[in-house]
Each structure stands twice: as C-alpha cells, then as structure tokens.
Design a protein around this ligand. Structure first.
Ligand code: A3P
Length: 328
C-alpha cells in the first residue's frame, strides 16, 4: 500500500502526461519519464512523496546508487563501519537481517510502506546517524539532501555488469508484483537496446553516474564516489576511505587487531549469501532476499553479451564518460 501523502488524483493526471516506455516486456507496468529519468509506474507516487516530503538531517549518511551496482554490499559495509562500537562482530544485526533492513531505501521501501521499515513519519525518531538509501539521480533528490550537511556515498559499477545484473533481477520482481505466471521477460538483446537508450528503472545509467561524479568533484566532503571494481580489488583501502569520509576513521589499534579484515569478511558475498536470512527471507511481499546475491563478479558480462553489443557499449561509454576517467 502506497503511503497516502501525495494526491493520487494529481499523480494519475501527471502519469498520463509523462512520456512512457516499455519495462522489460511487462504488460502491466511501464516506465515514466520524469525530470529526465525513467521510473516504474509501480512506485511513481512513492517517488513523488519522497521528493516532496523527505527532510534530511545534517547527520544523515545516504547511500546512493543506480540499481544493481553493489548497493547491498555498500549498505552492509556502511552499517558495519558506523556500528562497529555498538555491536560486537559475532552479534551484529547483519547476521540476522538483510542489509536493506538496516539501511533504509527511501523512495521504494519507506515511502512505499514496507512494514519492516519505519514509516515516513517515524524517520525523525531514528537516532543519528540515520543510514538511508536512494536510487534517485542527484538532480531529482529532495532539496533538503542537497542543502543540508548530510553525506552521500555513491557506488558505481561498469555498465556491462550492471545491465546483466539488472536483466536478471527485475523480471523476478515484476513477476511477483503482477502475479503473472505467463510473464515473459524481454531477451537480453532487447534489454541491451533499452539500457543504451536509458529506458530502464532510474535510467539513463550514464546521466545517473555523471550527475554524482560531478558532485563528488565539486563537493568532495559531501559526495564520496566509490566503484564496485575498486571495492573488489582493494576492499581495505576503500573501507578506510569510507570510514574517514563518515568521520570515524579506523585507529591503528583497530587495524592491527584486524577489524577492517573482519568487516570485509563479514560483508563478503559468500558470507552474506549463506546466512539463513538471505537464503530464505523476504524483504517485502515482492522481493526475496536471495535475489540480491547472484555472482558478485567483475566481468561476468562476458557470458551474456555479444562482441557487437560490447563494441556499441564501448562507443557509448566513450561518448558519455570520455574525459571523466571513469571506465574508459
Ligand atoms: P550480480 O547480479 O552481477 O551478481 P545491488 O545490491 O545494487 O542490487 O547490486 C546487486 C549486485 O551486487 C549483484 O551482482 C550481486 O550479486 C552483487 N552483490 C551483492 N552483495 C555483494 C557483496 N557482498 N559483495 C560483492 N557483490 C555483491
């Protein structure tokens, strides 16, 4: 049930006016283009409610990401870094909760009324720092996030692995939400074309990435830009960077005692995937925890994409990211 804090009649009128696109071959849902980005009709009113009503606090730590770029991983790392003096590692809530139950997704889960999470009107009661998350592009974030001193940790991933991960994840969600057993997801070739055109949930991918990248250069104390691939290659350097960014750096004693290694191990995909909560739990009626943990590889796309697709994506990366130093 959507949170009723936007006028549904207004939302319906707005929906009718906005450009629409097919969403992964679904007969039931579409994508709507709003402020230059595509959103699924499933949670459009929640997105508006979040954008209009969320009030950031200066102490908030906000994970931000394009879907399927490593959000779950970053949430588990951030939770561990900020709670390391609160919970001993053998009793951390990460052992019994999916990371999405600990770092709250705002527009789809909190404003979407997920009963496992606080309601929007309970957000003010959470102790600081509040650990929150959004998939929204920087340009469409609520104004209070931009003007307060809250901090944003953005995770980015190469577009090829991101699109393959996206293609695996969303059909499962669409099937559960619609209950349509006959739903046939689009094939990877069609999805590839949509991804290149930006017609995917929270897309276009490149504009999403560049928006946060620019902010991280202009406001390095506000936006930390992380890459999935860097986390894979040198997790301890990235974890130290994160801890410094959020103002609780690791001490030499902690380093010597192996605290960093312990967090990396706890948040590794094999550890999280094997926890009972992530094997059999549900994040909501529509989302199984296990779907957040698939391969967790860099370069897994080679098994799915043809040489011409890769060539096309490389050209797009050059066009959209050339000069940024990101992935090309
Ligand atoms: P794959 O589908 O390529 O395996 P998100 O959390 O943004 O939804 O991203 C999901 C992707 O991150 C999936 O990628 C998933 O397997 C991977 N992932 C989840 N937890 C991870 C972890 N602890 N370490 C590395 N990758 C992880």
């Amino acid at each position: 049930k959507e949170i009723d804090i936007v006028d549904e009649e207004e939302v319906e009128k707005l929906k009718q006016c906005l450009p629409k696109a097919n969403w992964m071959g679904s007969k039931h849902f579409q994508l709507l283009n709003f402020q230059g980005f595509w959103y699924s009709t499933v949670n459009f009113s929640n997105i508006l409610a979040f954008q209009r009503h969320f009030l950031a606090q200066n102490t908030d730590l906000i994970v931000s990401s394009f879907p399927k770029t490593g959000t779950t991983w970053l949430k588990s790392l951030l939770f561990s870094v900020t709670n390391r003096f609160v919970h001993p590692s053998n009793k951390t809530p990460l052992l019994t909760h999916n990371p999405h139950e600990l770092v709250y997704d705002l527009e789809t889960a909190v404003y979407g009324g997920n009963p496992k999470l606080p309601r929007p009107n309970q957000l003010n009661d959470l102790p600081p720092p509040r650990l929150l998350h959004s998939h929204m592009p920087y340009s469409s974030l609520p104004q209070s996030i931009k003007i307060s001193s809250c901090k944003i940790l953005y995770i980015c991933r190469n577009p090829l692995d991101t699109l393959v991960s996206h293609w695996h994840f969303y059909p499962k969600l669409i099937k559960r939400v619609t209950g349509d057993e006959n739903y046939q997801p689009c094939n990877i070739e069609d999805f590839f074309e949509d991804f290149c055109l930006g017609k995917v949930a929270f897309g276009p991918f490149f504009e999403h990435v560049v928006g946060y990248w620019k902010q991280s250069l202009e406001q390095p104390n506000k936006v930390l830009f992380l890459k999935y691939e860097d986390l894979k290659e040198n997790p301890s350097a990235q974890l130290k960077k994160m801890a410094e960014f959020v103002g609780i750096p690791f001490s030499t004693q902690e380093e010597n005692e192996g605290v960093i290694k312990e967090i990396i191990e706890l948040c590794s995909i094999h550890k999280l995937r094997d926890l009972e909560v992530n094997k059999s739990g549900l994040l909501s009626k529509f989302v199984e925890n296990k779907n957040f943990f698939r391969d967790g590889e860099v370069g897994g796309w080679t098994r799915y994409l043809s040489a011409p697709m890769v060539e096309k994506m490389k050209e797009l990366m050059e066009e959209k990211l050339g000069g940024s130093g990101l992935y090309c």
